[in-house]
Design a protein around this ligand. Structure first.
Ligand code: TRP
Length: 339
């Protein structure tokens, strides 16, 4: 028998384990920051936090050589600048820990074709045309492996990931009932504040990835650009500051941003304003006060700083993941290479 601990052994740790992943594609905008990154930073205080740059997932859509490594360094730099602390969390790159690809295969054997066919993310991405790889189809099995390798209690990701987390739970439960208790069945937790920041120019759609869009605020946008984009944000003609996402999506989005950035409740915050101008000025100030220190740290970090931090993270991640993979192989009943 191998010495891998049972999933129950983590119950002795007093801090719940959170795991989340981010793709190394595109840059970070205000919506990603308020909806995910800020939450990740805060979770380090009272959780056992594991964060992964999912570069293998990025390959599910065709990439140029070099594109993924550049994206990985850049997202690493941004997240470190935003406050991920390699001393207080495990922050690493998926491909640096081979257990992900290995358990990913096992998870493909546990997920059914029917289940994977129902994933709306797959339907959306494959409908866009172009090369549809089989990995795009089995993407959620690799995601399940990411999560299950760390005996994860909580997965803090947006509502768009609901189906993927549900699949991870189903696959973990199926594995446990077929082969005996092996995996912790994770819970999905949707970050509440700022979970849905909308596009400043089209407040009925989520803030989009394209940083060129005047409705998207990039984490690295210069202060002047941030100010200009917020000043030009779409509002409406009735002139009243009120939180009502259905009839006043533009104004409500600004209040949501302010609430997420400075704390407080968007309905209460609305009462402090009678005009759109001062509201926009305060939103711009709140966003810049968040982003300025991040931008300064970002400018000070070298590629080597990022690579060193990620190397340390991969060592820590493998120390957790390898015994869990061994536990899973053992449960399935693969012949051990040595006894
Ligand atoms: N699918 C996630 C996304 O597109 C990224 C991801 C991969 C992830 N593995 C994960 C998120 C594990 C949470 C947990 O955003």
């Amino acid at each position: 028998m191998n010495s891998s601990a049972s999933p129950a052994s983590r119950a002795s740790s007093d801090r719940p384990r959170v795991f989340s992943g981010i793709q190394p594609s595109g840059a970070i905008h205000l919506g990603n920051y308020l909806g995910a990154v800020k939450n990740w930073v805060e979770l380090q205080d009272d959780h056992d936090a594991v964060y992964c740059v999912v570069d293998l997932h990025a390959l599910t859509l065709p990439k140029e050589a070099g594109e993924v490594s550049r994206g990985t360094i850049e997202i690493g730099r941004i997240l470190l600048a935003a406050g991920l602390d390699p001393e207080r969390c495990v922050f690493f790159v998926q491909s640096h820990v081979p257990a992900h690809a290995e358990l990913g295969w096992l998870m493909q054997t546990m997920a059914s074709f029917g289940e994977l066919s129902r994933m709306t993310a797959f339907k959306d991405k494959s409908d866009r045309g172009g090369f549809v790889s089989s990995s795009l189809f089995s993407y959620p099995a690799l995601q399940a492996a990411d999560i299950l390798l760390y005996d994860t209690d909580i997965v803090p990701v947006g509502d768009d990931q609901r189906q993927h987390i549900e699949l991870s739970r189903d696959v973990a439960t199926r594995f446990n009932s077929r082969y005996g208790e092996t995996f912790v069945v994770p819970e999905h937790q949707i970050p509440s504040a700022g979970a849905r920041i909308m596009d400043l120019q089209a407040p009925d759609t989520k803030m989009s990835k394209s940083l060129e869009s005047p409705g998207t605020i990039g984490l690295l946008d210069p202060p002047k650009t941030i100010e200009k984009k917020i000043k030009r944000a779409v509002t409406d003609n009735d002139g009243e500051v009120r939180f009502d996402p259905d009839t006043k999506p533009g104004v409500s989005n600004l209040l949501d941003i302010l609430a997420a950035a400075s704390g407080g409740d968007p309905t209460d915050l609305a009462e402090k304003y009678t005009q759109y101008g001062p509201l926009k000025a305060d939103v711009a100030d709140a966003v810049m006060s968040f982003f300025e220190p991040i931008q300064q740290r970002h400018a000070a970090l070298s590629d080597d700083d990022v690579i060193d931090a990620l190397r340390l993270g991969a060592d820590k991640a493998a120390a957790i993941a390898d015994p869990v993979l061994a536990r899973a192989y053992d449960a399935v009943g693969l012949l051990p290479r040595s006894r």
